[in-house]
Each structure stands twice: as C-alpha cells, then as structure tokens.
Design a protein around this ligand. Structure first.
Ligand code: FAD
Length: 371
C-alpha cells in the first residue's frame, strides 16, 4: 500500500492530525504501540482552560485561545462523524482562593485578564449561590465563563471512529523502533521488524518522541511530566462545574465521577500512584469541597505529559526533510488538538508553514542553547 503520511503516535494530537489529513484526501497510517489514546490523552482531565493557566499574553496564549474558540465546533463535528457524544460541557470554570492563602497573585492574574478584555468575573459575593458546596472559608471566587471541559476518553473513542471512517489506516500494537531514511531524507518507519514507506512522517509520540529524533541527530528534548489523578463518586455531585484552588482541581463528569487532579512531577518514565500525592490531592479537594469527604474512591491513574525545556509545544517541520513534529503539548494537549491538527494539515497541504506556528518551531532550541 502506498502512503502519503505516516503518523507515529495515536494520542489526541496524532489522531486529530490524521483525521484532518484524511478528510483532505491524503492516505494516512497511524502507528500506535498500544491502543488509541492509551497514554496522556486518556489520562487527562479534559479541561479547556487557557485563561486559568496563563500568566501573561503571548503567542502561546493566543494559540490556546484560538483552539478554545474552535472547540464547540470540533466537538460537534466529531460527535456527528462518530456517533460518540464527547460531552463538551460549557458551564465555565471557577477559581477559588481559600482563607490563609495569598490573594495577591490571583488579583494580579485577574487584573491583566480584565485589562486585556478577556471574559472573567469576580463572583466572590455570589459564590454560594453558584456553587453551594464550596467551603465557607473561601475568600474570593473568580469565574471564567468561557473555560469549559470535554470528556477526553470519549473524545479518543470518537476520534478513533471518525478518523478510520475518513480512511485513516490504524495500526495498533505497532511500535515504531526507527525512522528510515533515503539519501538523508526521511522515507518511512520501521516497526516490528518491517519497513513502511511514505512521503512524509509526523512524530506525535508524546513524551516518547525524543529517541526517534535523536537517532537522526536531532537533539530535541521532550520530557515526561508525571500527573496523578483520582476519581471519586458520591450519591449526587456536589458541584456543577470545574473548580480550581491553588493546588487542586475538581472536574465533575456526566457519568457521576468527579476527577481530582493533578500533580506535576519530573520522575522519568515511571507511571506511578504515590501515597503522598494521593493524600495531598484528597486533602486539598476536601478542603475545597468538604462534602467530598464521604465520596467513594473509584479509580486512580497517572499519565506522562509531554513537556519541553520552555514548556511550549513543538509543531512544524523538524529540520530533517519529510519529517514533521507535533509534540510537547504538556498540560494543554486536549485543548490544543483542534488547532494543532488544522495548522499542521494546512501547512502540509499548502507546503508552507503557517505563520502562527513559527514561535513553536524547532529553530528556537538552537537559540536557547546559544543564550
Ligand atoms: P499521548 O497521548 O501521550 O500520545 C502519544 C502516543 O504515542 C501514545 O499513545 C504512545 O503509546 C504512542 N507512542 C509513543 N512512542 C511510540 C512509538 N515509538 N511507536 C508507536 N507509538 C508510540 N491537557 C488538556 O488540554 N487539559 C487537561 O485538563 C489536561 N489534563 C491532564 C491531566 C493529566 C494527569 C495528564 C497526564 C495530562 C493532562 N493534559 C491535559 C495534557 C494532555 O493529556 C497531553 O498534552 C496530550 O494528551 C498529549 O497528547 P499526545 O498525543 O501528544 O501524547
């Protein structure tokens, strides 16, 4: 079979790109060594919160806002194509400051967003009408009406159906051990002892992207950032939207689960659930919503976010001919999937890298090492 594009990695980034490229008529194969979404993409909390995590304006913030603005349509299109409801929920997100915590940082954070004209509201006087179960020791509450959530496990189910229906060939259990080259140009991949040729390879292998690139002499670091999560269930969900406090977030799902997350640790490639992290997350969640004390723990898991030295994604051409990269989305890969997919697909089809991608190119790494 002749292929235009091989994508290494069937996470949210690889699958979204594959879907868009197949819709544009390209013959695409995904090589996924586990099953679709089995790593960070199913481990995530599915929050779509650029404002929540932002410390100031810039190209990355703009990228996140643009992708957020596309999400409702992306979710609808995906649900329609696949028949899987991806549970895009638009109740907004609430940030709560607790007594004893320093409010100064939160006020500064809210202030630049107000000055930038972003949707953000101080709802401190209205908190217990909006979310009655929040602790009475809250001193301030800030509402982000455009920061929503999606059920990322269902999103991955939907992507699998939609992309295969669009013609993507999906190889699961297919570990790519090397990228192959022909006269210095990337020409395909090697998997399970076989070689597969194509016109172009996209590495979207999440936290595992670096070894394939280093073997070609591309010194690009993608670093695993461990996140641990807990899901609990109570008779009736005490909250109706995503809540954040200084070191925990709580995400209510339609099926009654309430996700509590997440740690960020740099501990290599081990996916573990530690007693200390679990205890810390549970304590922080109960401090924020005291009635969670009676909830039942139904699941714990961890995942490895693909991070980079400057915490920005790497999206675009790689420096090696016929090799593209879409990795390093760190804490925002679910959020950034629709825009990443569109920009990569447009760049490949038009044979010209979109200007919007320039700040996320590999060129910046040589700049960093010269600093
Ligand atoms: P992955 O989902 O890790 O996919 C990479 C895939 O490549 C894997 O399936 C892997 O098996 C495969 N692979 C790797 N090497 C090879 C190889 N050699 N051959 C074949 N296949 C290979 N983001 C948000 O936007 N919102 C959130 O609320 C959020 N919460 C998070 C909470 C946690 C606990 C974690 C861990 C992450 C969270 N994220 C969140 C981040 C988000 O999950 C990631 O940014 C995103 O999933 C990255 O997608 P990816 O496709 O690049 O990587």
């Amino acid at each position: 079979m002749s292929r235009d594009v091989i994508i290494v990695g069937g996470g949210v980034i690889g699958c979204s790109i594959a879907w868009r490229l197949a819709q544009a008529g390209l013959r695409v194969t995904i090589f996924e060594r586990g099953r679709v979404g089995c790593e960070a993409s199913r481990a995530a909390a599915g929050m779509l919160t650029p404002q929540g995590g932002a410390t100031g304006p810039g190209a990355f913030f703009d990228l996140c806002l643009r992708s957020r603005a596309m999400y409702r349509r992306f979710a609808d299109e995906l649900s329609e194509a696949s028949g899987v409801d991806v549970e895009y929920k638009d109740e907004g997100t609430l940030f709560v400051v607790l007594r004893g915590e320093d409010e100064a940082d939160k006020i500064k954070w809210a202030q630049w967003q107000i000055e930038a004209g972003l949707p953000i509201e101080d709802v401190s006087n209205d908190l217990y009408r909006i979310e009655p179960a929040v602790t009475k020791s809250a001193t301030r509450a800030i509402f982000l009406p455009e920061e929503h959530q999606v059920e990322n496990r269902r999103l991955m189910d939907a992507l699998e159906v939609a992309m295969t229906q669009a013609g993507v060939e999906l190889k699961q259990g297919a570990d790519v051990t090397a990228l192959t080259t022909d006269h210095g140009n990337v020409s395909g991949v090697e998997s399970n002892g076989e070689r597969f040729a194509c016109g172009l390879v996209i590495v979207a292998a999440g936290a595992w992207s670096s070894p394939l690139l280093k073997a070609l002499g591309l010194n690009i670091e993608v670093i695993p950032a461990l996140g641990q999560m807990i899901a609990v269930r109570s008779a009736k969900s005490p909250i109706s939207r995503v809540l954040h406090a200084s070191d925990v977030y709580i995400v209510p799902r339609s099926d009654g689960r309430i996700l509590i997350g997440a740690t960020v640790e740099y501990a290599g490639f081990q996916k573990v659930i530690k007693v200390g992290a679990t205890r810390h997350l549970l304590n922080s969640a109960v401090e924020l919503v005291p009635s969670l004390d009676g909830a039942e723990i139904v699941e714990t898991w961890s995942g490895l976010r693909p991070d980079t030295v400057d915490h920005l994604p790497i999206i675009g051409q790689s420096g090696a001919r016929n090799l593209w990269l879409a990795t390093g989305h760190f804490r925002n890969g679910i959020l950034l999937a629709p825009l990443t997919a569109n920009l990569i697909a447009e760049s490949i089809i038009n044979r010209r890298t979109s200007n919007e991608l320039r700040p996320f190119g590999v060129e910046r790494f040589s700049l960093l090492t010269n600093d």
